[in-house]
Design a protein around this ligand. Structure first.
Ligand SMILES: Nc1ncnc2c1ncn2[C@@H]1O[C@H](COP(=O)(O)OP(=O)(O)OP(=O)(O)O)[C@@H](O)[C@H]1O
Ligand SMILES: [Mg+2]
Length: 482
């Protein structure tokens, strides 16, 4: 470690070198003084002998003092973690070398340990930050010692070293934390509410579940408890959506059912002998039964698609024959409103990985809408183009790579921006169309949306006076690989 170097010896002023030489020479000085006093030795010889002892001590103590000084410097520098320039050191004693070796070994051991701890702390932080739910550590005063990224997202950026009760003001929560910190309880679980942050433009409160756990006594740090929080708001929203869906579906089924029952009663009583009324009522009853059948078919369709939502399609399909098929199937309905399909498909459109039956259903729903809500006598334009990518979505994952864009355009009643955002909600129908008594279950676009999500695609809707209403569906050429 240390090399012998012929460098000029330098001893610091406070090294105690002179004192040490004097102290070591003191006993011999006393002996010589006594010998001179007793006339056993001439004073000149005593002085010479004493001088040679002092000189010997000087020569003997110098390297020890020097090396002690070097050792002091070395340990000081090591403790500061600065790099030690060992070339400038001069070591001659083997004991000093042994001490240095021992110090080096100890330093090496602790540096490795510190590096390991640092790496461990970094990976622990990364793991905690990757958790979707907030996790915090508090000390015995309720101050937050550490919080993961999800906590900062939920409760704000500067929460560390602040008191937990300043951040979460729910009384139930504060009391539960106090019970754990005061060692009255090992763990507490509770549900509490906080108001939503300003970015979330929702007036409702957030419903949160907290688990507060006291750390075992063996943990010697400042942390006494860990608080983990789960956001129940989303689950609650899904629950509400499900109950709304059941309520809507029952309502939609109950209306035609009550119409049919009403007419059955009329046919059995007042219209018993009126063939003309019977004919009209039976036609209405058949329409209502047809509507119920469509509604049930759409509901089943929706649940089937949702069931398969997570298994991406695998077939390679060409879109052109599917479009032809849909156009043929709807031509009768289109003729009734004097509408023609104007299809434009370039030759070089690539085949895509998709579920052919679902793509057919998706196009059929869009074209059916274009016929129903488009202006009588105006053409419906269907065009297909190649695209570099599927536009990104904030609600679901889209595939990367090239895509095919299928647009269905019609002229007729325009859709306002507020309605555009809600069209794919189940049972959502524009008031204007309900008022005009245009029949529909309000599920066609919800089905389209779920098909698109399963295909990792996207849909854009535009509605302007000049260009009419266009629904453009982007489907990726390749599905993402798992
Ligand atoms: N091309 C369009 N032009 C204007 N409004 C449209 C168009 N397509 C859909 N809409 C509006 O969006 C609503 C939802 O459409 P969706 O296809 O989901 O249901 P629907 O057509 O009412 O019923 P279904 O398709 O189940 O028979 C429609 O009721 C209508 O108000
Ligand atoms: Mg529809």
């Amino acid at each position: 470690m240390f090399k012998r170097r012929s460098k000029i010896f330098e001893i610091e002023k406070d090294s105690g070198f002179a004192t040490r030489v004097l102290m070591l020479s003191m006993p011999s000085a006393l002996v010589f003084m006594m010998l001179v006093a007793l006339h056993l030795l001439p004073s000149s010889i005593a002085i010479m002998a004493y001088a040679s002892i002092v000189l010997f001590n000087l020569v003997w103590l110098f390297p020890i003092t020097f090396e002690l000084q070097q050792l002091k410097k070395y340990i000081f520098k090591l403790s500061q973690d600065s790099s030690v320039d060992i070339d400038n050191m001069y070591m001659s004693e083997s004991e000093t070398q042994d001490i240095i070796d021992a110090i080096n070994e100890m330093h090496h051991f602790w540096s490795n340990k510190a590096e390991m701890l640092e790496a461990q702390a970094i990976s622990d932080t990364a793991v905690l930050d990757s958790l979707p739910d907030p996790i915090m550590m508090i000390d015995k005063n309720g101050s937050i010692l550490g919080a993961n990224a999800a906590s900062h997202k939920l409760l704000g950026k500067n929460i560390t070293e602040r008191k937990i009760e300043e951040i979460i003001t729910s009384n139930n929560f504060i009391n539960a934390v106090a019970r754990v910190v005061r060692q009255e309880s090992d763990a507490e679980n509770l549900i509490f509410y906080v108001s939503k942050s300003q970015e979330e433009n929702d007036d409702d409160e957030k419903k949160l579940y907290a688990h507060i756990k006291r750390l075992p006594w063996v943990s010697k740090g400042r942390a006494v408890a860990v608080i983990s929080i789960y956001d129940l708001t989303k689950a609650l929203k899904i629950e509400k959506m499900q109950s709304d869906f059941v309520a809507n579906a029952s309502h939609e089924l109950r209306t035609p059912l009550s119409i049919i029952s009403g007419f059955i009663e009329t046919l059995q009583t007042t219209a018993k002998n009126d063939p003309e009324s019977q004919k009209t009522f039976l036609r209405i009853m058949s329409e209502q039964a047809g509507y119920m059948a469509t509604l049930i078919e759409n509901l089943l369709s929706l649940s089937r698609i949702e069931l398969n939502q997570d298994s991406p399609p695998e077939d390679k399909i060409v879109i052109e024959p599917i479009v032809d098929d849909v156009v043929k199937a709807l031509s009768l309905k289109a003729n009734e409103r004097n509408i023609k399909f104007n299809v434009n498909i370039p030759k070089q459109i690539p085949s895509i990985t998709a579920d052919p039956a679902q793509v057919r259903q998706l196009l059929q729903n869009l074209c059916d809408n274009a016929i129903k809500y488009g202006e009588e006598g105006k053409d419906i334009k269907i065009s297909i183009k190649q695209h570099d990518s599927v536009p990104l979505s904030t609600s679901h994952v889209v595939a990367s790579g090239p895509a095919v864009a299928i647009s269905v355009n019609n002229h007729g009643s325009l859709i306002g921006s507020e309605d555009i955002n809600r069209l794919t909600e189940r049972f959502y129908r524009m008031q204007a169309h309900k008022d005009k008594n245009i029949r529909g279950t309000g599920l066609g676009l919800a089905i389209a949306k779920h098909i698109i999500i399963r295909h990792h695609g996207n849909m854009k809707i535009s509605s302007t006076k000049r260009n009419g209403t266009t629904f453009t569906v982007y489907l990726p050429v390749e599905q993402p690989k798992n």
